[in-house]
Design a protein around this ligand. Sequence first.
Ligand code: GLU
Length: 306
Amino acid sequence: MSDFQAPAGRYAPSPSGDLHFGNLRTAVLAWLFARQSGRNFYLRVEDIDSERSSADSAQRQIGDLKMLGLDFDPPVIYQHDRGDAYAEALSRLDTYECYCTRRDIREAASAPHAQPGMYPGTCRDLSEEQRALRRSELHAAGRLPAIRLRAHVREWTVHDFYQGEYTGRVDDVILKRGGRIDQAQAGDWAYNLAVVVDDGYQGVDQVVRGDDLLFSAPAQAYLADRLGLTIPSYVHVPLVVGPEGRRLAKRDGAVTLRDMLRENSAEEVVAQIAESLGCAGVSSAQKLREVFDPAQLSRQPWSWAR
Ligand code: GLU
């Protein structure tokens, strides 16, 4: 049985670099929504992508969030420890092997922020003979097939706090990536499976994250349904954008907490986040928890300005 019995929210960063102002703002929002509704709040390190993740980065991210005054309920979980749970979930789903190249796979659906080109279904209805042939060709090249969900619906509707009912396409998402036979154990679980299995395991019934992930919610909710898990309520929040109107990124200047702390105190950074949430003049997370009103949050992206 899971140790996680209480309703919960979470913040689930990928540890591939320091958190920037936009990430921090989303983390504060996730914490506020969870704490204001009496939920537990977990930090989950989404480090399934072993090439881009580092333990050092995870520690820095956790330190940064604590510096802002956010508190988490234990334990912090790491996706690199969760392979057995993903395998067990995979065994309960209707799936098929996909022999498309890694490039096709990457383009199709696996990265959290990639708008997926819908998978054209190339490998969905192959005969056993065709599969055996494709598998042996792939093996000869030192590669393993990917595993895809065989989706039985084309769309799914979720409920989002800001968007209301949101209906989106459900793809045959990648659940396990292919890759080289000699590296098959590392980094092979796909984001969509890991996030759903872990939210279910941790009792997460409220998912607060950037609205660039809204498009992935219908497929994730469908996966949760297939696995018999509670479908969380979603709160997709507007992103912070840089001077060019694109999602804030490191190229936009001194955007990480560590950058900002060279010229600002932690309270001043919290105050900047609070201002972006419609709570000007507030400079502590605890105070923000008392005064933040979700209904007052601007639905527009927040423009980063120095
Ligand atoms: N790990 C994902 C990211 O860093 C977030 C996943 C989620 O919140 O569902 O973008």
